[in-house]
Write a protein that binds this ligand. Sequence first.
Ligand code: NAI
Length: 281
Amino acid sequence: MTEGNVGLAVIGAGVMGTGIAALASGSGVPVVLVDVDPAALERAERAIGGHIRMGQLYGKLSRTVEAGPVRYTGVLADAADADVVIEAIVEVTEAKAKVYAELSALVRQDAVLVTNTSGIPVDELAGHVRHPERVVGAHFMNPAYMIRTVEVIRGPRTAQDALDRLVALLTVLGDEAVVVNDGPGFVINRILQRMINESARIVSEGLASPGDVDRLFKGCLGHTTGPLATADLIGLDNVVDSLRALYERTGDPGYAPCDLLTAKVAEGDFGRKTGRGFFTY
Ligand code: NAI
């Protein structure tokens, strides 16, 4: 796999899939972007140019690289020729399991299947494919074209070659990989999701407003974004799904999504993507 001829497919054209496709295209890598929802593909097509310009403006993407072509499609089989497939669909185990089973029957035997899951163990997803040694985790942050460190997860069955090929792709994209071992939530979300849940509990108990919780983390601890603004950026629907995935796998009540979070999701207040969450946008 060399620069320029990486065959990359991204499955899921939501917040993350669109950001990852922008990162790849902005790095000159051609991408096939797949989603079951035509509206998501249309939104992605409208957004990607702006994402690339933003990445360039902040010096995160080169202005001299010609953008790689992006093909928008609703057909999973269009990912069949990819060297690397990055899955970024909803954080619902059954939905991911179905996509992995379908992908496994389509792609080449040596293709690397990469999951952008927030915290479902990589090995669990690898259980749904013919070649579990080809499955690796790459937990990109949002926006993927701006935050250039990636938590890479080596499952217990991941082959060194599959890991190396993912890291080679990340190098082409200009990202730094930090490789960790597998487990619910990996490193970042095992800590972050609990922090968000506890912050929401603090707000619902009336201890502090969302603004004050975040001000403390920024002013006292030097965080650039507070936990509740981070939750709004991630999407509260995704936060609740991630907490549930962690709670189911650990039984730790610290991960049981608190009532305030589930109520906001039930009301359709998902954060930035809907204009309202803990804060208004
Ligand atoms: P999203 O809800 O914005 O997008 C998910 C997309 O997947 C939707 O467009 C949906 O139509 C599509 N989809 C659902 N089933 C599909 C299928 N079978 N085939 C193709 N497309 C399908 O979700 P988001 O936030 O982009 O998250 C995607 C993944 O990335 C999740 O696993 C999430 O946990 C993870 N993640 C999210 C981060 C965030 O900040 N939002 C950060 C890092 C990881």
